[in-house]
Design a protein. Structure first.
Length: 113
């Protein structure tokens, strides 16, 4: 029997560097209980971090809440990946560059089931 819930496999941020950039924006992940965020450092990154966030609506314009445990920003690793898995429900999620990336770029991919 196949999986019957919602499923996403898409980039949230693609090769960005700017502080507070949210790339492609937020994703509605209602119905998903397993979220995996892959933060990819492209190039010789010397600084940068990504904050994973959640809110009640993909169009929410206020301050989003930090997502995950720990809820601290994820340091971007040059030419490397960092994976954050969240086994909980959320309505809307996004990735935001919380410390500008220098020496390269960052990409973030979300897989949700």
């Amino acid at each position: 029997m196949g999986y019957m819930g919602a499923m996403y496999d898409r980039p949230l941020i693609a090769a960005k560097t700017a502080l507070n950039d949210v790339g492609g924006g937020a994703v509605d992940v209602a119905g998903c209980s397993n979220l995996s965020f892959v933060v990819v450092g492209n190039g010789a990154v010397s600084a940068g971090a990504v904050q994973l966030e959640e809110a009640h609506d993909v169009n929410f314009a206020g301050t989003w809440a930090a997502l995950g445990t720990p809820s601290t920003p994820i340091t971007v690793v040059g030419n490397g990946v960092v994976v954050m898995k969240v086994n909980a429900t959320a309505k809307a999620v996004r990735a935001r560059i919380s410390t500008a990336v220098t020496g390269g770029t960052v990409s973030v991919v979300l897989t949700a089931r």
